[in-house]
Design a protein around this ligand. Structure first.
Ligand SMILES: C[S@@+](CC[C@H](N)C(=O)[O-])C[C@H]1O[C@@H](n2cnc3c(N)ncnc32)[C@H](O)[C@@H]1O
Length: 702
């Protein structure tokens, strides 16, 4: 592999990697930005096949073929990835693997309950099917993983979901194998949709071709810039003409503005339309326009006598056949969109309010000053693999690379927590890698790479030393660490879980008197405020001033100012504070759910509130929830129990109304998806109404 290192970073570099929120800001994701102009068609990255992680080059693949021939290509590549992960530092891809996202929001990670947040049946079905299929795949492949001698944690369902999501969101096309390949560094480019679809056309395949291809003769994989970029612009690849449901399923994100999005309608909603259009034809463009097939079908269906036959021909060509049929088409569409919107548990308006709250939370937490102490503590552990809560090799030798070069803070994945607030780092001077050069790198170059904290350089250097191959960057790249988007309200992709030790710390909070809570806003105050905030009709007797997000106040408090009593006798360090905050948010999420479900549940949240006032050990008090009394829990734990009970009941409802903090990352994604869906339906309503009015006006004037 050839890697040229430019010692004057800003001169030759063309791209830099940084962490930032991307389109729609729903995900904290790294981006690649041009540091100087890039011409259309220019090669961005060239990597020799030896640095690609693929099934074809995996020696074990041959054994698998004989003994485990039932594995699909995708399964074999996922097994390969997990196998490399399990090798830890011994894997030549260890550096690459460590900087992979730790968790994903792809469809296979959705629980059925999270899928319900999509609200639209066909979307729910698709996501549930994807999750089931991943589960089935895991069951199939488990014996192979065990046969390879992988420790149980690498054979877990969670590990499988991680591997499957890594592949579905990051592989590049490889003509040799349908599973594709993983390309270190090349997989850092984000997606931009291709131009909006037009009439199918003959001609050069500029738009339909991919941005990367394997040049088998040269033995390299190249990525090209589809268009030109000015310095400072984010450089994208195009993953394909994908609708938001495709993006959600395979990549775990959606675009706010996606020209390829499709809002499917149920054909049964098209009253008076005979025969019914096929399911695949029945969709709307993001502008609200019906698909060509749907419109043509509707026009044919509503073609009126006596010119029915002639009209059918016209309609089949996509031509409007006359005002009467056009009005009937509009009315049919109007009714269908109304039916669709009515069937959904929340309105677009409600969803937008929720989204605004989510964005606000995001902004607030991004604005929170970072804490260097925490940042230091949370340097990525080099024996902690991405994605999964287990270590690769606990006794691995210290890696060569600078930890900072790989600082994708663990919790800064999509499900990042408040802890992330403290982990943001200021930009570091980046490394620039020189322009394409076909010669092997000199040892001086490699030494320079050694000295510079850049993940790409280190990754390729490692791969180089283990593979002996050569690689070149055609476009220069720099890496620099930027503050990562700090906060996503939910904690993990699964439900927040309170551990027993969290309960213990929770109990300490309730010893503080109400005035003190008011004055000092320790942990307990946060909980109470959130409860109050969410049941305004039941004011808390002490009337605590409500401020949102309360957790932010806590986060920005100077640790010495916090009352010792809030946490026992010890003063909190910033790290402890951060941890407490983390736990608080988890607890908050549960309590918030409890309060949300207040209206629909028989539990009385005021009991819970009163319970919080009581002294610990007040387990006989009849005002406490029964569960709490029975188990002899003290007040706070009882509240927690109540929250737990309520949360289950609340989630049984498809209605999501409630504080954004209760949404997991997957549910947030579902919220974004359904907002896009409803927007399209509303646009279709408006379009059909306008067209109808115009037709009516025209026929009236006739
Ligand atoms: C091939 S990776 C791109 C690099 C990725 N940003 C990273 O930090 O590793 C694909 C993933 O990036 C994110 N992504 C790509 N394009 C995006 C976009 N336009 N908006 C938001 N997230 C995007 C999604 O999480 C997706 O699964």
């Amino acid at each position: 592999m050839m890697l040229l290192c430019n010692r004057e970073p800003h001169r030759a570099s063309r791209c830099k990697v940084h962490s930032s929120a991307s389109t729609g800001r729903q995900l904290s994701t790294r981006t690649l930005t041009a540091t100087q102009s890039i011409a259309p068609g220019q090669v961005l990255v060239t990597a020799p096949s030896s640095v690609l992680l693929s099934v074809s080059d995996w020696p074990l693949h041959e054994c698998l073929k004989t003994d485990h021939s039932h594995l699909t290509s995708d399964q074999a590549l996922a097994v390969h990835l997990l196998h490399e992960l399990a090798k830890g530092q011994a894997s030549k891809w260890s550096i690459y693997i460590r900087q992979l996202p730790r968790s994903y929001s792809t469809a296979c990670t959705f629980t059925p309950r999270q899928a319900m947040q999509l609200q639209v049946q066909h979307a729910i079905d698709r996501v549930v099917a994807a999750a089931k299929s991943a589960n089935a795949s895991w069951r199939q492949v488990k014996p192979t993983l065990s046969a390879l001698g992988l420790p149980p944690k690498f054979c877990s369902k969670q590990a499988w979901q991680w591997a499957a999501s890594t592949l579905s969101s990051r592989t590049m096309h490889d003509p040799r194998d349908p599973a594709g390949v993983l390309m270190p560094f090349g997989d850092l480019f984000n997606h931009t949709p291709p131009a909006a679809p037009t009439e199918p056309n003959f001609g050069p395949a500029a738009e339909s071709g991919g941005d990367g291809f394997l040049d088998a003769e040269a033995g390299v994989y190249r990525l090209h810039a589809r268009r030109g970029y000015a310095a400072g612009e984010e450089v994208y690849l195009t993953y394909g003409a994908l609708c938001n449901l495709d993006l959600l399923e395979h990549y775990g994100f959606v675009l706010d503005d996606n020209p390829h999005d499709k809002a499917h309608l149920d054909p049964t909603w098209l009253e008076g339309c005979h025969p019914m259009p096929s399911q695949t034809a029945c969709w709307l463009h993001p502008s609200g326009r019906p698909s060509w097939d749907l419109l043509s079908h509707l026009r044919q269906s509503f073609a009126t006598l006596p010119k029915e036959k002639a009209h059918r021909y016209l309609a089949a060509e996509g031509i409007c056949v006359g005002p009467d049929s056009e009005m009937a088409v509009c009315q049919c569409l109007l009714a269908a969109c109304k039916t669709a919107l009515k069937a959904l548990p929340t309105t677009l308006h409600e969803d937008l309010a929720m989204l605004a709250e989510l964005e606000q939370d995001l902004d607030n937490f991004q604005a929170t000053p970072h804490c260097p102490e925490q940042a230091q503590r949370d340097e990525p552990q080099h024996d902690t693999p991405p994605g999964m809560p287990f270590n690769v090799t606990a006794n691995a030798a210290a890696p060569h690379c600078s930890a900072k070069a790989y600082s994708q803070p663990p919790a800064c994945s999509r499900q990042s927590t408040a802890r992330c607030v403290a982990m943001c780092k200021p930009p570091q001077p980046g490394l620039a890698l020189g322009p394409e050069c076909g010669n092997p790198s000199t040892s001086a170059d490699l030494a320079a790479v050694d000295a510079l904290p850049t993940q790409s350089a280190e990754c390729y250097r490692r791969l180089h030393s283990s593979s002996g191959a050569s690689t070149a960057y055609a476009a220069s790249m720099t890496t620099s660490e930027k503050p990562r988007p700090a906060f996503f309200p939910t904690v993990t992709s699964s439900e927040p879980v309170l551990q027993p030790q969290h309960m213990a710390s929770a109990s300490k909070a309730q010893r503080i008197s109400l005035p003190r809570l008011q004055q000092e806003r320790p942990r307990g105050a946060v909980i109470l405020e959130n409860l109050l905030l969410r049941s305004p009709s039941r004011p808390f007797p002490g009337s605590i001033e409500l401020e949102r997000p309360a957790a932010l106040l806590l986060a920005s408090s100077d640790p010495p100012a916090l009352p010792k009593q809030a946490y026992g006798s010890d003063r909190l360090s910033t790290n402890q504070l951060s941890e407490q905050l983390d736990r608080t948010r988890q607890l908050d999420a549960k309590l918030a759910v409890a309060t949300d479900s207040y209206a629909v549940e028989t539990h009385d949240v005021t009991q819970c509130l009163s319970g919080l006032e009581m002294k610990s050990g007040d387990s006989e008090n009849p005002r406490l929830p029964a569960a709490g009394r029975a188990e002899g829990l003290h007040a706070h734990q009882a509240a927690e129990t109540l929250a737990h009970e309520c949360s289950d009941a609340a989630h049984k409802q498809t209605r999501t109304a409630g504080p954004i903090k209760t949404l997991t990352a997957n549910e947030q994604l579902a919220l974004r998806w359904r907002v896009g869906y409803k927007r399209t339906l509303v646009r279709a309503l408006e379009l059909a109404t306008k067209t109808l009015q115009a037709e009516q006006a025209a026929s009236g004037s006739c």
